[in-house]
Design a protein around this ligand. Sequence first.
Ligand SMILES: C[S@@+](CC[C@H](N)C(=O)[O-])C[C@H]1O[C@@H](n2cnc3c(N)ncnc32)[C@H](O)[C@@H]1O
Length: 298
Amino acid sequence: MPSRLPHPVPYQGSKRVLAARIGACVPRGVDVWFEPFAGSAAMTLWALEAQVARRYVIADVLAPIAELWTSIIDAPAETARRYGTVWHGQKPGDRDYFNVVRARYNAGCDPVDLLYLICRCVKNAVRFNADGHFTQSVDRRRLGMAPKRMTAAIAEASRLMRGRTEVRRGDWIATTADAGPRDFVYLDPPYLGTTIGRDRRYVRQLQQVDLIVGLEDLHDRGVRFALSYDGMTGEKTYGAALPASLGLTRLLLDAGTSAQATLSGRSERTIESLYLSPGLKPPSVPCSALQEAAGPSS
Ligand SMILES: C[S@@+](CC[C@H](N)C(=O)[O-])C[C@H]1O[C@@H](n2cnc3c(N)ncnc32)[C@H](O)[C@@H]1O
């Protein structure tokens, strides 16, 4: 993503770094662009800048994320002001401030509190327990995005999105139910490997079987889509194969050095898969940036 594009919600796992390369596979002249697993909505911000669609829909099952986006789009100055107030509340030596905000968020679900928690928590990696409570801890080495930078990012995101972007809240099947053949859906569901079991990265878990049923429905309705799904870091592969009956083309994108591996003293690259629905053509770009895999997944 060109650095001029705003990124007010610094989610770990954001598609910010890959946005331009994923964008190279996206059709132009789209009627409605959908991003139903929005998180930081990095791809939608890219698509708005690239003007690929007439209208945009972002959605997330996590209600405070959806509310945060509504607030960023409709009330940028007030949202930035409130973020500044929460951020300036942290004082040197006050080791408990983050936990106070976290407890307040878990009681009231204020989206601006969530924004502060995302900015200040370990590796910007949100974590929730089974009750939907935010459980990630504070990163003591950083203060989180400074209010001045946040104000600029919010203002620019609002400028790009306002009047063209609808925010929805809910499960992706429901929030893309009205997508049709002239539309395009970009999907970045939580990885199964990181969300099922003890490591609950996102508030809602997604079963592969539900994902496949939803993809088959998009396919049957003639909706074009791209899916960021599985990948590999070093020797480790994550994500299960998708059925060949979907007719998807799988591309491999080099997402760069794995931050997690670097922290553990290893230098490993992360490769992410991008699956394209039938009819979408991979672009012709140098293999180092984008490499077509052996064929459709099976
Ligand atoms: C991998 S993150 C998306 C990151 C995003 N692409 C970005 O650039 O920041 C997955 C998001 O999907 C949301 N989510 C999880 N299950 C969902 C579901 N069933 N329907 C809609 N959203 C869901 C999570 O709350 C999370 O924000």
